[in-house]
Ligand binder design. Structure first.
Ligand code: GLA
Length: 389
């Protein structure tokens, strides 16, 4: 499939720009196995880069013009590196615009570029198509301009583009995994120090299954910001009693219980979730290392319950999808993944029971929700890189 898509991309580049591209880049989407809404609390996450990506064919220009063509939207844009503005109309172009803006702000000297972009990460499904687009464009500029950008720095730069140019207040997880993921591994990231560990998954007869609820994540931006604010509020209150703390990362469950009378109920629930989720991530990494997948699955299930009842970012569609999966013996664990309010669930499933899961989801999910599900069986892949042409 990759080869076919790459060939189509090259053909399209030749037609649009009357030349061969210099380089073909891919950057993957991601699915987070566990550690949700912890990244912006200086906590831990455990995502994998998946076999769905954004591909960019590009060629360096000698001037300062950037010309982009989106194969999927069939739209072109052109802008000058010295005058990068937000585009209200062709919103997809704001990711490359933001990346070009922040590369220059970080004093990388970049030249113009011609590029054609295509992707098969479903958009708005919580699998980080935006991070993949940012990282793919950053690598395209890096290659075209002979730069050598440290991968962690690149992830931070892409996050900046998303926060400050596109205007979405996300954490570091998505850009980080899209750049630094590794085939057959998940990545444990300490979002405070940005230290990370690639953990072999050794899944053998176990599959990572992503189920798309088909529910667009409507509320996600406003609710995401509200959750962030509640976490910050919790830290502000607890700081009075625990001087020196700066994030929920520094707090223990007992601290929250002890000072509970000073914390509004909702804030307390949110904080408890985050503190417990951080513990779950570390426990789940130990479980994987000990080949204790049953434990890993239990922790995934608990994570979903926390997201549903304490953090309250699930929705009836995500709950229905997870409940269907929980009802099948060969499903070891299942939870919502990503920001919530729609998008996807992730399950780990014994291969022999895969068909049963697919059949049950296709049969029961539409009945329960009126929506059509999509199922992707995913593999853990390398982070962004070059495709040889
Ligand atoms: C979105 C954000 C991430 C992270 C998740 C929730 O995907 O982009 O930074 O906060 O939500 O875990």
């Amino acid at each position: 499939m990759t080869t076919e898509r790459a060939e189509r991309l090259i053909e399209s580049f030749k037609t649009k720009f009357d030349a061969m591209p210099d380089v073909l880049v891919r950057a993957p989407g991601r699915v987070n196995l566990i550690g949700e809404h912890t990244d912006y609390n200086d906590g831990f996450v455990f995502p994998v880069a998946i076999d769905r990506d954004i591909m960019v064919a590009s060629r360096r220009r000698e001037d300062l013009t950037v010309r982009l063509y989106s194969l999927d939207y069939d739209q072109s844009v052109e802008f000058a590196l010295g005058d990068i503005k937000y585009d209200d109309d062709k919103k997809w172009s704001n990711y490359p615009r933001g990346v070009a803006h922040f590369l220059q702000e970080s004093e990388y000297s970049i030249s113009g570029l011609d590029a054609v972009i295509t992707g098969n990460v479903p958009i708005g499904a919580g699998l980080s198509s935006s991070a993949a687009m940012e990282v793919a464009m950053a690598v395209a500029f890096e290659r075209a301009c002979g730069l050598n950008i440290d991968p962690v720095e690149m992830a931070l730069l892409c996050q900046k583009a998303e926060n400050n140019f596109v205007g979405v207040n996300c954490g570091i997880m998505d850009q980080f995994i899209s750049r630094l993921g590794k085939k057959d591994h998940a990545l444990l990231l300490d979002c405070r120090t940005l230290e990370y560990e690639l953990v072999p998954l050794n899944l053998e007869n176990i599959k990572i299954v992503v189920c798309n609820t088909g529910k667009k994540r409507g509320l996600v931006d406003s609710e995401y910001n509200k959750r962030r604010a509640e976490c910050e509020r919790g830290v502000k209150i607890l700081e009075k009693f625990l001087p020196g703390i700066s994030a929920l990362r520094d707090i223990e469950i007992d601290d929250i219980r002890k000072y509970s009378s000073h914390i509004p109920e909702i804030t307390e629930k949110r904080c408890l979730y985050v503190v417990k989720e951080n513990i779950r991530v570390l426990e789940s990494v130990s479980a994987i290392k000990e080949h204790d997948l049953l434990k890993f699955g239990e922790l995934m299930n608990e994570s979903h319950i926390g997201l549903r009842d304490e953090y309250e970012v699930s929705c009836p569609e995500l709950d229905a999808m997870v409940e269907i999966a929980w009802g099948i013996d060969g499903v070891i664990g299942s939870r919502m993944t990503g920001a919530g309010f729609g998008g996807c669930t992730v399950s780990i499933v014994v291969e022999d029971c895969l068909q049963e899961l697919i059949d049950k989801v296709n049969e029961e999910y539409p009945k329960r929700t009126g929506l059509q599900p999509e199922i992707y069986i995913c593999t853990a892949e390398d982070g962004a890189g070059i495709i040889e042409i």
